[in-house]
Design a binder for this molecule. Structure first.
Ligand code: COA
Length: 384
């Protein structure tokens, strides 16, 4: 809070979620389109290496399959910012033209769209916001911070900074925002998660080419004293990190692409999917149960779980451990089928789209998990 602009309202130091916003790219890619493009690429690759393959010196690239993707992940399609180049077997990555320094960058643009929706839904003007956190898996550039560009585009007088905790960026952002409210350092904080994950995905890797999609979300975290009457109390937040190489991306400013390194797969998303599945499920389920206990919440009374959207099977297992029974779509909704894995935005999309039917007093959980490893829980209760 700016000292020069004292609030006329007595602040409570209790953080709530006042509203959320969502930007969804217009274009989307179905599994059938994706597999057809991948298989055309595999055909080209195998034709180009036909001699080596015939001589037993190289393995042919196997086909991808729609059935595998749906069964292994629950994903049926994903939204993207740049469809045609991703599907072009000769390109297979997004091509988003660079913009001039005097133009709004693409990541800020989609973040601003999500943020505007959150502000509108809360009946809030940008002048009332004190801080912007841009919390996402990838930043478009090193500096100036994306958050500051979003802050400027919205006309917010305050401060902003970027934070990256991979798939857990949004929940880490919510706790950070909540802590500003708790400490009285801000009354209103926007947590913006523009996730253009198509840029870090290796669309030529059969094991992972189906995983990710693009989106942007925004969460407005505010002091209960200024929040709209209908909001979500934040009952408690908990974060956890445990180092692991099982989800990794070595892209960075110390390894600029050279003709030799360009396209090196380790400068994109790589994972040991099976290990991630096995190690993260028990870690996250236990974390949720421990935190529920600390907050005095019986986990079986949770009305809804808005879980990270990486894999339908992982969510089934986690929800079962938490609720004590097989969760249905009402208890643990999925957005994976149409959005794919949107990294930190996944649990926020689920919360954004599947919460209006809950009754006042209902308690639920927003939970993320992913690279780091990192995991975050935000227990919330519907008010109004
Ligand atoms: N099409 C057809 N077959 C494929 C395929 C594709 N696109 N990709 C892999 N396969 C094959 C594999 O080659 C393997 O064949 P094999 O049994 O002959 O060796 C088989 O399918 C199983 O592959 P595997 O990688 O073990 O699949 P999986 O059941 O573990 O599912 C993931 C893969 C990635 C969907 C799953 O492990 C997962 O979601 N893990 C968690 C990932 C996660 O949350 N990551 C966080 C990201 S932020």
């Amino acid at each position: 809070m700016q000292e020069s602009q004292p609030s006329p309202i007595a602040l409570t130091g209790r953080p709530v979620i006042s509203a959320t916003g969502l930007f969804t790219p217009a274009e989307s890619i179905s599994n059938a389109e994706l597999v057809s493009s991948f298989n055309a690429f595999a055909d080209r690759h195998n034709a180009a290496h036909a001699e080596a393959i015939a001589a037993g010196e190289a393995e042919p690239l196997p086909y991808s399959s729609v059935e595998f993707i749906e069964k292994a992940s629950g994903i049926k399609s994903r939204h993207v910012m740049s469809k045609a180049p991703i599907l072009d077997p000769g390109t297979m990555c997004p091509r988003l033209p660079e913009r001039g320094n005097d133009e709004l960058s693409i990541m800020a643009e989609i973040g601003v769209a999500a943020a505007r929706q959150a502000l509108e839904r809360a009946g809030r003007s940008p002048q009332d916001v004190d801080a912007v956190l841009c919390a996402a898996s990838n930043m478009q550039r090193a500096y100036p911070a994306m958050a500051i560009e979003i802050q400027q585009a919205l006309g917010i007088d305050g401060f902003g900074f970027d934070m990256n905790v991979a798939c857990s960026s949004a929940t880490f952002g919510i706790q950070t925002a909540a802590d500003y409210i708790r400490a009285g350092n801000a009354r209103s904080v926007l947590v913006v998660s523009p996730e253009i994950t198509s840029g870090h995905l290796n669309w030529r890797d059969r094991d992972s080419h189906f995983i990710f999609g693009d989106v942007a979300t925004a969460v407005l975290v505010e002091d209960a004293a200024i929040a709209p009457s209908a909001h979500w109390d934040i009952l408690g937040t908990k974060l956890k990190t445990v180092f692991s190489n099982n989800i990794r991306n070595n892209f960075g400013f110390l390894n600029r692409a050279t003709p030799e390194t360009e396209g090196t797969p380790d400068k994109l998303f790589v994972q040991e999917g099976r290990k991630v599945f096995k190690e993260v499920v028990p870690m996250v389920a236990q974390m949720i149960l421990d935190e529920a206990k600390r907050l005095g919440i019986d986990p079986q009374t949770l009305r809804r779980l808005w879980l990270h959207q990486a894999n339908a099977g992982m969510n089934r297992l986690i929800a079962h451990k938490v609720l004590g029974h097989e969760a249905n779509e009402d208890e643990s909704p999925t957005v994976l089928d149409t959005y794919g894995n949107t990294s930190s935005a996944g649990s926020i999309i689920a919360f954004h789209q599947h919460r209006d039917d809950l009754a006042a007093g209902d308690t639920g959980l927003i939970c993320s998990f992913g690279a780091g490893y990192s995991a975050g829980t935000v227990f919330v209760r519907k008010i109004g």
